[in-house]
Design a protein around this ligand. Structure first.
Ligand SMILES: [Cu+2]
Length: 274
């Protein structure tokens, strides 16, 4: 059974194996397929049209499935690897071990945002940015520059306290847990973290930065915490709603999976601490 651990508690060997598996997926071309899928949905998901991956109730099950596919790809390379999560309420500065050269590498240089150290720095030749929204082919970051700080535990708690999963109009204007976690409304959790990292993470091709997976693994963990806190609050909408994936609607691009099948993560993985 896969156990997803806090990235701060990974051993040196676990970090080495994760990095090696990421580099192998990149080398084989499979990594970029995930970047492409994510960007296609970012571009296609709209507030008043069809919306599946983002700004809609299926934001959480869609990313759960997306991460499951990615984790399975990693495990085909090294069966011991699991996706770790980044608790950005605790590891909230660029000095966190997450950003050390033995793991993800640090922030970008001021000149052009280019990441200069770690296994994903362009100078290694191992991490070309191929699926991109501009001409720049190197991984970029600007950790914490210019925006708001990362969310606090108190801000997370205020969002976990929201009882209703999601509400009409089921988009970026909604009240409810999903949209507050996603960040279009209220204190802003998930979106703010993308902006804090900067570089590709602040764009539709955000999975170009491996921290994407660790960020979303934590967003996914927050969903499971919310479920435990509100055992009587169901996924919504329960039935057919135009342009929106209801509980038993199938989700693109897989077309064979429904939110109903993804509500219980323990069928696929557990966390080191609940
Ligand atoms: Cu995200």
């Amino acid at each position: 059974m896969t156990v997803r651990k806090n990235q701060a508690n990974l051993t040196a060997d676990e970090k080495r194996r994760l990095v090696a598996a990421l580099l192998e997926l990149k080398r084989s071309g499979r990594y970029d397929d995930f970047v492409r899928i994510h960007n296609d949905f970012i571009v296609g998901d709209t507030d008043n049209g069809e919306r599946t991956g983002h700004r809609s109730p299926s934001f959480l099950p869609w990313h759960r499935r997306f991460l499951l596919e990615f984790e399975a790809a990693l495990q085909e390379v090294d069966a011991s690897v699991a996706l770790p999560y980044w608790d950005w309420t605790t590891d909230r500065t660029p000095r966190a071990s997450l950003w050390a050269p033995d793991f993800l590498g640090g922030t970008g240089r001021s000149l052009d945002g280019r990441v200069m150290d770690g296994p994903f720095a362009a100078s290694t030749g191992n991490w070309p940015i191929n699926v991109r929204v501009d001409g720049r082919t190197y991984l970029r970051r600007s950790l914490g520059s210019g925006g708001r700080p990362l969310p606090t535990r108190a801000e997370v708690e205020s969002v976990l306290a929201i009882e209703t999963y999601d509400m009409p109009p089921w988009n970026s204007g909604s009240d409810g847990f999903r949209n507050h976690l996603e960040g279009w409304r209220g204190v802003n959790l998930h979106n703010r973290v993308h902006v804090w990292v900067g570089g590709q993470m602040a764009t539709g091709v955000s999975p170009n930065d491996p921290v994407f997976w660790l960020h979303h693994a934590y967003v996914d963990k927050l969903w499971s915490q919310w479920q435990r806190r509100h055992p009587n609050s169901p996924y919504l909408p329960a039935t057919g709603t135009p342009n929106v994936v209801h509980l038993n609607g199938t989700m693109k691009p897989w077309n064979n999976v429904r939110p109903a099948e993804l509500l219980d993560h323990t069928r696929h993985y557990t966390f080191d601490v609940a």
